[in-house]
Design a protein around this ligand. Structure first.
Ligand code: DGY
Length: 316
């Protein structure tokens, strides 16, 4: 069975797949040349996707033998699931194994947005230790309200982290959670959450319903002291609206791990602002988590090639 990879595999996935399949992967790093990749796709029964490719009808036309796609991330917005299903191709992702790593970074960005960790470092780095001007004071987390938009596994894992800092947690979700009392959280409508929360954390999946949900109207409902944190996908936010909200003081701060576009060009207007922290989509990037994601993606491939249900299969 032949498996093609769209980028460099972690060693753990490389070892598993190289032993059990004919593995075509670009281990030297960087982007596999398109012509090379297209020739691999023509033969591949399995595809290991690092998320840097768009899988749509045009892509699938180049890969007529595909049986399974393993996306090495929890998000799979780069893949047209309906098209894969129509071609009988199973799609797997990597939920669960990255929850703690992503929740840790979300909490870290909440803390950064309150206490200016990144800004403080920039201040010191530029030789301004003694000048408080321009840095100002932070705000306490204790007693503040965190509003989580999209309470899945990752959002739920942020709850105890925030509660450890004595924050009150409210959430908005498509479905109300039966365990909200046990979690010590309460439900709010989307507008209520925006108007009430001191910190707004976005953990929704990117879908047609959530694309652009943080627009000018949404930012206008937030408090001028609100901090906005995004660890979901950049396209959930209208970047220009975020820029304007920060520039005009409509909201106080943003700390984001994802942005549209990615990579964010070095001369992007967002980077001219002093009230933003941007990290380069690293929420799941710990050694342990990346290895666990790679192993799960490899297991998804092997199951799909054998015609079994995938350990983590994306439902239509
Ligand atoms: C995911 O798994 O979707 C993360 O965003 C990857 O970093």
């Amino acid at each position: 069975m032949t498996v093609a990879a769209s980028g460099k595999l972690r060693q753990v996935a490389y070892d598993i797949l190289n032993e059990q399949t004919r593995l075509l992967s670009w281990q030297q790093g960087g982007k596999v040349p398109q012509e090379q990749f297209d020739s691999w796709l023509a033969e591949a029964e399995g595809l290991y996707s690092i998320g840097n490719i768009k899988v749509d009808e045009a892509f699938l036309a180049k890969a007529p033998k595909l049986k399974v796609i393993a996306q090495a991330s929890v998000g799979y917005d780069n893949i047209d699931i309906a098209a894969c299903s129509a071609h009988g191709i199973a799609v797997g992702n990597t939920p669960g194994v990255l929850v703690d790593a992503v929740a840790d970074l979300a909490y870290g960005l909440i803390l950064d947005s309150a206490r200016s960790i990144a800004r403080g470092w920039r201040h010191v780095e530029s030789g301004k230790w003694g000048e408080r001007k321009g840095l100002g004071f932070g705000v306490d987390l204790a007693g503040k309200t965190l509003g989580i938009v999209g309470l899945g596994d990752i959002g739920s894992a942020v709850v105890p982290r925030a509660q450890a800092s004595k924050m009150k947690v409210i959430y908005h979700n498509r479905h109300r959670r039966a365990d909200e009392a046990a979690l010590g959280i309460s439900y709010a409508g989307f507008d209520d959450l925006l108007q009430t929360a001191d910190f707004v954390l976005v953990t929704v999946n990117l879908t047609p319903a959530t694309a652009g949900m943080f627009n000018e109207e949404a930012f206008a409902k937030m408090k001028p002291t609100a901090r906005f944190i995004n660890i979901s996908r950049g396209r959930v936010v209208e970047t220009q609206a975020l820029y304007e909200a920060l520039r005009s003081g409509q909201i106080a701060y943003a700390a984001i791990d994802v942005v549209e576009p990615e990579p964010l060009p070095g001369d992007h207007p967002l980077l001219t602002l002093s009230n933003i922290t941007v990290t380069p989509h690293i929420a799941a990037s710990t050694v342990e988590t990346r290895d666990a994601m790679a192993k799960l993606a490899a297991a998804n491939i092997l199951a799909g090639l054998a015609g079994y249900p995938l350990p983590a299969q994306v439902k239509i």
